[in-house]
Design a protein around this ligand. Sequence first.
Ligand code: AMP
Length: 424
Amino acid sequence: MTFKELGIIEPILKALTAEGYTTPTPIQEKSIPILLKGKDLLGCAQTGTGKTAAFSIPIIQQLVMDRESNPQQRKIRTLVVTPTRELAIQIGENFTSYSRFTGIKNTVIFGGIKQGRQTDALRKGVDVLIATPGRLLDLMNQGFISLRDIKYAVLDEADQMLDMGFIHDIKKIIAKLPENRQSLFFSATMPPAIVELSKKILGDFERVTIKPQQATAEKVEQGVYFVTKKNKPSLLIHLLEKDPNDSALVFSRTKHGANKIVKQLAKADIKADAIHGNKSQNARQKALGDFKDGELKVLIATDIAARGIDVEELSLVINYDLPNVPETYVHRIGRTGRASASGVALSFCDAEERPYLKDIQKLINQQVPVIADHPYVDDGSEEIPLVEKKHHNNRQKPRTGHSNPRGGRNNNHSRNRNNRPKRD
Ligand code: AMP
């Protein structure tokens, strides 16, 4: 299947070729025909699947068609609501890329910065508005934005918006949308509250599901290190020093933890920066920009801050802490192995995190191969002089020589898999 066969018009095809996209991803192949028919869509998919292009390409195409049949003054005809500023910026960049030969214009609005530039852009006129919920409502209340001309409405990462407490804002926004519109609703998970919310926005819809295991198992090579909490910094330094030129995104469960990792790496002369909610908007954008440009090789992120991160050539994701919500693991490892690229996701798992690993393996329906060949293996012995014995009864012995369920490869994972020495 090609984009041309999906009926995409020439100016967009030209932009996709310039982006280097040769074939549509599964979600694009499934969603584009539904959306070009004008139907509503419920997309159950995470980032990393090509979801943004799956909705932005057909929307741009319809905006071009609408304009041809009814040339009029530029009005906001598409609204995309998304939970974080990083994600909003990312979506804006996607729209800009795919619409560059069409004359369709977009702008992005989000909180945490002054509104002047955003309202200036709105005054000049845009076809597509990408917004986080709080700033959108704020500018609507101030009279800078009207939703009355919206024909295409997208709610992106709905489960995350719910987690972040945006539900009331979302309901207020939905209430202002005109009846006659096409609605798109995307969520990585579908708990009952999300299904309920989807009913408020969708009319007669079709559903497209891209399962997490399709996204993870096929493209991302995974591995887990059993390591004590105390040895996690040393193991991280060990891995980062192996391939200093590769970009690594390191996940920390907490903001405090993220700052601590930056300091520990600094002591080993590894430059890293952290992005999380306590950092200013400018500091976050700067760190993210440096990371995308390749100037900063190691970025430490909390889950929410990492939502919008899309970095080409991101070869490695490290879960310094395992998340207690298994879906979060899928989101995290989706940062690498984007669309057609392949990537590696390595996880550190201490004794307390073993149950989380179990939940993750259940969700992705596969065993994450254990990497036993490293200098900081948690074999339980290390803590004997320090820790009360009772822990040992619960601790699973690390497996050695565990076979990789994907077959073919030895258990000596690293991002530089082929060159890595067997042991240091
Ligand atoms: P998303 O799931 O929207 O966050 O997209 C994941 C990544 O895949 C982004 O870096 C896109 O630029 C890239 N991408 C989207 N569609 C394609 C495609 N058909 N071929 C190659 N890369 C793509």
